[in-house]
Design a protein around this ligand. Structure first.
Ligand code: ATP
Ligand code: K
Ligand code: MG
Length: 688
């Protein structure tokens, strides 16, 4: 069984695996370690990853990139609108307020949601991994930004399931990086504990996490981020600069031309990379638009000046991560920077002054997330044995719970907070409520300030009940709320318990049952914590309804489960997911058909060239003039057909054309083979 880790970037994806020798990064079909996060719909088939990148220019309006920024988000969200503005494909609002991507494919307009497109990317990466490993890939660990919401995580799982992947865990990018760093770490600071800051600057986001390391153990103390600050924004600065320059100098408005925009953006990204290693760089684009060639030039200093506002913004999540971890910068033993967006020298300077030390690059900046994911996958897989190492991660956002009557008071929290920000994950909490009939529980983010802009604080709603035997009187209901390993929260189970004060035996039974259940919760995972939380409202009402629960008492002492149904705000429903899976199968079939067609066409084409050659060399003396002429003519006709009517035919047509040619050539080929065999026999004879 294989274990695989995927780092899904906005720009590039990386796949890693654990083999007996260690962690390896897998190469894609072009032998590259990074695969562009691009899905391009060509004339008749999709091109994904490296092939997608190569075809993007030919089909700008049906090329989907940056889908990670769209998944699990709302169309009306201003951040989404801003992102969509620079993406060349068409989009609109879906009936549930999500995003619909509209594009032309196979002569029709298709709409896809971001989950589907992410599913296509996952399928492709799965394919790449399977070709490499020569075995099926199902179990995996996928990196996610720490700022991903509950919905974004659920949508990732949906996308993975479309691709036939089973993520054992969605892991925060920096946690994966920290795992890859920590598992090999042997030097710890005085006191046996080291605090390391990880700064990951990607294409469109910046993530910072503070992690404490001890022998055999790592604990994430804080996650901070800017979900819209990365390499892309630095490209944008250059784009704006040159767009203005060219308007003045060449009287062209690149904003009015999709293709020109894409080309200038790509050129600016290249230029930015050149500036990371050089003091100045030129920008030349031939025929950018209106048949004009453009030339530009910029010095690194000028670029740094233009981008100084952006560079400084990187300090904000760094400070926040320190504050949330409750650590002064002096306590940090080392700052590790990763993510290719961090290669800009001005960023290194900023981090140096902020942390009072030169940041280190001990990890492979573009591969560390995938490598950490692969390690985590091996650790979670029963098929692998990895050294004992405990990874303790934490929750990025405070999560609250409310019922029909408003936020549930938990301890001293009146805002319903059930999992505070920084809560170790996974975690299960047991709530005790007094309810007489069906009720609802809502999960929500308690602090909008913690969320990226535009994110709704509503998470999901759970309907508990109806419960059997209930009447107008209140019963004691236990509810477990779980924050799972993926960082997804849900109401897991609900059951009625006895509250009959007069019956000590039954009461004892109920108590021990409950304890048992809770200890089972502990045994699921050693890092799972279980807390029994009393709903204070219910505590108040307890005495007045203490005798009312006899209706639901179960004499055998079994727990009476109550059914739960969940509504995820904005998520894909089960039928929608099933439909998406079907669609993906059809699309994949079409891709396979087209690949086969290409193969058959290539086979025919090369046969024509090969035989034409051989006919006048190797096979010359084995064919009569008449035969040669006939075959030559057929080869010529086939070649002409291939460039004309036969340019776009089915696999079967190409195959049967090849058969026809073979029928003509085979007798000659056989004669040649016989001749060869006879000659060899003679040689053998002469030798002995
Ligand atoms: P994200 O983490 O945002 O989802 P990602 O993981 O795909 O995206 P990375 O591959 O870490 O992002 O980084 C890509 C960014 O790094 C791009 O913006 C790219 O232009 C930038 N980049 C790559 N090389 C250099 C360089 N030499 N100098 C400056 N920037 C660079
Ligand atoms: K990456
Ligand atoms: Mg990244």
């Amino acid at each position: 069984m294989s274990v695989v880790g995927f780092d899904i970037g906005n720009e590039n994806c990386v796949i890693a695996t654990v083999k007996h020798r260690g962690v390896d990064v897998l190469l894609n079909e072009e032998s590259n370690r990074e695969t562009p996060s691009i899905v391009c719909f060509g004339e008749k088939q999709r091109f994904i990853g490296a092939a997608g990148y190569a075809s993007a220019m030919m089909h700008p309006k049906s090329t989907v990139s940056q889908v990670k920024r769209l998944i699990g988000r709302r169309y009306g969200d201003p951040v989404v609108q801003k992102d969509l503005m620079v993406l060349p494909f068409e989009s609109c609002e879906s009936p549930d307020g999500g995003i619909s991507i509209k594009l032309k494919y196979l002569g029709e307009t298709h709409t896809f949601c971001p989950v589907q497109v992410m599913g296509m990317l996952f399928s492709h990466l799965k394919d790449v991994a399977e070709k490499n490993l020569e075995m099926p890939v199902v179990d995996c660990v996928i990196g996610v930004p720490s700022y991903f919401t509950d919905l974004q995580r659920r949508e990732y799982l949906n996308a993975a399931s479309i691709a036939g992947l089973r993520p054992l865990r969605l892991i925060h990018d920096c946690t994966a990086t920290a795992l890859g760093y920590g598992i090999y770490k042997t030097d710890f600071a005085n006191g046996g504990k080291s605090y390391i800051a990880f700064v990951d600057i990607g294409h469109s986001d910046t993530q910072v996490s503070i992690v404490s390391f001890e022998a055999g153990h790592m604990k994430v103390l804080s996650h901070a981020f800017d979900s819209s600050l990365g390499g892309r924004d630095f490209d944008d600065v250059l784009f704006g600069y040159f767009a203005a320059k060219f308007k003045e100098q060449y009287k062209i408005n690149v904003y009015s031309n999709v293709r020109a925009c894409i080309r200038l953006r790509a050129a600016c990204e290249k230029l930015k990379k050149v500036l990371s290693a050089n003091a100045e760089a030129p920008l030349n684009i031939e025929c950018l638009m209106d048949e004009k060639d453009v030339r530009g030039f910029i010095k690194r200093e000028e670029f740094e000046e233009l981008a100084s506002g952006l560079t400084e913004k990187i300090a904000i999540p760094c400070r926040k991560a320190l504050a949330d971890a409750g650590l002064h910068v002096d306590k940090i033993h080392s700052v590790e920077i990763v993510g290719s967006g961090s290669r800009i020298p001005a960023i290194t300077r900023l981090l140096t002054s902020l942390f009072g030390r030169e940041p280190r690059r001990s990890l492979n900046a573009s591969e560390c997330v995938a490598r950490g994911c692969a390690l985590q996958c091996a650790m979670l897989s029963p098929a692998f044995r990895v050294r004992e190492y405990e990874v303790q991660d934490c929750n990025p956002y405070s999560i609250g719970i409310s019922s029909d009557e408003g936020p549930i008071c938990i301890g001293s929290n009146t805002n319903g907070e059930v999992f505070p920000k920084g809560q170790p994950i996974p975690c299960v909490k047991v709530l005790t409520l007094q309810r007489s009939s069906l009720f609802h529980l809502e999960l929500f983010y308690t602090n909008p300030n913690e969320l990226p802009p535009g994110i709704s604080s509503k998470v999901s709603c759970f309907t508990i009940g109806p419960f059997q035997g209930s009447n107008s009187e209140n019963a004691k209901v236990k509810v477990t709320v779980k924050l799972n390993l993926h960082g997804i929260v849900s109401v897991e189970s609900a059951w009625l318990i006895e509250g009959h004060g007069d019956d000590p035996v039954t009461k004892h039974n109920a108590r021990s049952k409950m304890d048992k259940m809770e200890s089972e919760g502990v045994s699921i995972d050693s890092s799972t914590t279980v807390e029994d939380v009393q709903d204070s409202a219910s505590v108040q009402s307890k005495s007045s309804h203490s005798s009312a629960v006899s209706v639901v008492r179960d004499k055998a002492g079994r727990r009476l489960d109550i059914s739960i149904s969940e509504t995820i705000y904005g998520g894909m429903t089960k039928p929608e997911l099933a439909l998406a899976q079907e669609t993906e199968n059809l699309l994949a079939q079409q891709d396979i058909t087209m690949e086969q067609t290409k193969d058959k066409k290539n086979a025919l084409e090369s046969y024509v060239y090969e035989m034409r050659n051989k006919l006048f060399s190797t096979y010359r003396s084995f064919a009569s003039d008449q035969e040669r002429e006939g075959i030559s003519r057929s080869l010529q006709e086939t070649e002409e057909w291939l460039y004309d009517d036969g340019d776009d035919e089915t696999a079967n047509t190409y195959a049967s054309k090849l058969e026809d040619l073979k029928k003509l050539v085979d007798p000659i080929e056989n004669r040649y083979k016989d001749g060869e065999a006879r000659a060899q026999a003679t040689r053998d004879l002469l030798q002995c």
